[in-house]
Write a protein that binds this ligand. Structure first.
Ligand code: HIF
Length: 292
């Protein structure tokens, strides 16, 4: 990708892209039997979130506009380990749709992944403009999984989220897995890591989580099978009484989770973005809805 650090030329480039076609092409990139659990979906969601979650509402810096996650030093921040796999997978689409910004491509990939893996429709707008390597955010803006509720709040309050929104977002940890080669942690959160469900909440509440016995970083595994995991930061949602109210709600009511997640995730992807006034809101249909 563009490692020269040049920003996007024209402010109206975004109008030249057919985003329905980009949606379909991203959807076609999801499946790969040789990658992880068979889908790039989870790592696309993580890319979209890490591109966006650097936002600081006080200084109005960071966020997905700029797509500085593709440049060093930001790409090399510890929290971003492994995301090059997602960026490389998407790169052919930047070639094919030369007028799309990286910020739009990465956030749209998160939307496609959530929807195609069975999650809610995420309202999305185009018009992010790429910035240069000089605009990279400092290290430390993304959460540290080894910490608890206070830290999680500090990080997400900085972006402008409240407890309900934070608790709704964390349900995305139904998707994917931890990799020892990336974060150091190990394992999936549940048995269906390529399906968007409310299982993060049901598993968190219904399993007994015990410290994993190993030489790696401190994390939890379910006592019964030892196959599934929780990060220390995940466990905070069970231990913290204010977060727990929402965890119980979303465990009992998948529709409520889908609705609240869709709103919070759309907000995340828009943090700090100055959209062109005429940028339309898209609600994409899934491939299954479009194809006969
Ligand atoms: Fe994650 N997250 N996340 N995360 N995350 C990991 C993986 C994924 C945190 C830490 C980690 C969110 C919040 C937090 C996804 C999506 C979201 C990993 C493992 C860590 C350590 C990375 C690896 O080793 O490959 C922390 C501390 C968070 C604050 C609570 C968001 C809400 C849940 C914002 C979110 O959407 C996804 C998807 C993955 C799986 C990636 C994969 O490659 O499978």
């Amino acid at each position: 990708y563009n490692t020269e650090g040049s920003a996007q030329a024209s402010s109206s480039s975004w109008k030249k892209v057919n985003y329905n076609n980009v949606y379909k092409d991203i959807a076609d990139l999801l499946e790969d039997e040789n990658y992880d659990d068979g889908s790039y979906g989870p790592v696309f969601v993580r890319l979209a979130w890490h591109a966006s979650g650097t936002f600081d509402h006080k200084t109005r810096t960071g966020g997905s506009s700029g797509a500085t996650i593709r440049f060093e030093p930001e790409s090399a921040h510890g929290a971003n380990a492994g995301l090059d796999a997602a960026r490389q997978r998407l790169e052919p689409l930047k070639k094919k749709y030369s007028h799309i910004s990286y910020g739009d491509l990465y956030t749209l990939a998160g939307v496609v992944a959530v929807q195609e893996l069975g999650g809610p429709t995420i309202t999305w707008r185009p018009g992010r403009r790429d910035k240069t390597a000089a605009d990279c955010t400092p290290d430390g803006r993304l959460p540290d999984a080894a910490q608890g509720a206070d830290h999680v709040r500090e990080i997400f309050y900085r972006m402008g989220f409240n407890d309900q929104e934070i608790a709704a977002l964390v349900g995305a940890h139904a998707l994917g897995r931890c990799h020892t080669s990336r974060s150091g942690f190990d394992g999936p959160w549940n048995a269906s890591p390529t399906a968007f469900t409310n299982f993060f909440y049901t598993e968190l509440l219904n399993n007994t989580w015990v410290p994993k016995k190993w030489n790696g970083p401190f994390q939890y595994v379910d006592r019964e099978s030892g196959q599934f995991m929780m990060l220390p930061a995940d466990m905070a949602f069970k231990k913290d009484s204010k977060f727990r109210v929402y965890v119980e709600k979303y465990a009992a009511d998948q529709d409520a989770f889908f609705e609240d997640f869709a709103n919070a995730f759309a907000k995340l992807l828009e943090l700090g973005v100055d959209f062109p006034e005429d940028a339309p809101f898209y609600k994409f249909k899934t491939l299954e809805e479009v194809l006969p």
